[in-house]
Design a protein around this ligand. Structure first.
Ligand SMILES: [Zn+2]
Length: 226
């Protein structure tokens, strides 16, 4: 049996944790995962982000209204919890009053780290998280690479979400300027390269290919040199 890294759930040979030495990001990140995806999170980036972000947590569930740990965190006076979610009523780092709203508390950023399909049910059932103040980005971002089919081009991966959120909170002077989140992007770039290499290995017959007749899976990918 292959040895799996317990942090990023990848085979140890391709473990990405070495690219994300743990750092204190100034934000408490909580990743909500659907039980179906929590275990087979092969291309997911939440686990890699979690490996680098000190004090971050992964919580697994569908209906979080009675999730003990989440309820504890939401009731904890030290935190100002927000749900990363777009919307006209959403806060962003540049919106007037946001910094004052947080006050002396630490921002607790809850991120639904799930595919669009699985997150629908989580959103529907978890009325407690949907009732939280929402937070989105002040600027718009595009993922540096999308090997996952997202419903919209604007969708960025979970690890990029953490990266941009830290950057925006630094600009708004909510997170200290000394925090350096670059390792998150480095790890994401390595993940992209590994993923593309794997696809090419399938095309070359080095790995089993179940879609050999589909041109989408038979055209070799160009591996970026970042
Ligand atoms: Zn790892």
């Amino acid at each position: 049996m292959r040895t799996i890294c317990y942090k990023c759930l990848r085979p140890v040979e391709t473990c990405l944790c070495k690219y994300v030495p743990p750092f204190e990001p100034g934000i408490k990140f909580v990743f909500l995962m659907h039980p179906k995806e929590a275990k087979r999170n092969r291309t997911g980036t939440g686990r890699v982000a979690h490996a680098g972000l000190i004090d971050s947590e992964i919580l697994v569930g569908i209906d979080f209204t009675k999730h003990q740990r989440l309820c504890e965190l939401l009731a904890d006076e030290r935190y100002y919890p927000v749900l990363l979610y777009p919307g006209e009523d959403a806060w962003n780092a540049q919106k007037e009053g946001f910094k004052a709203q947080i006050g002396n508390k630490k921002l607790l950023a809850i991120i639904i780290d799930s595919t669009w399909f699985c997150s629908k049910k989580m959103i529907k059932l978890s009325t407690n998280i949907m009732a939280l103040p929402k937070l989105s980005f002040a600027k718009s971002y595009r993922s540096i690479y999308t090997f996952k089919k997202e419903p919209s081009e604007e969708c960025v991966s979970t690890i990029e979400t953490c990266y941009y959120l830290i950057k925006e909170m630094q600009e708004a002077e909510i997170v200290d300027k000394s925090v350096n989140p670059e390792c998150l992007m480095t790890a994401f770039k390595e993940l992209i390269k590994l993923q593309l290499q794997k696809e090419n290995d399938r095309i070359d017959g080095k790995l089993p290919n179940s879609h050999a007749t589909d041109f989408k899976y038979t055209t070799k990918k160009v591996i970026p040199d970042f």
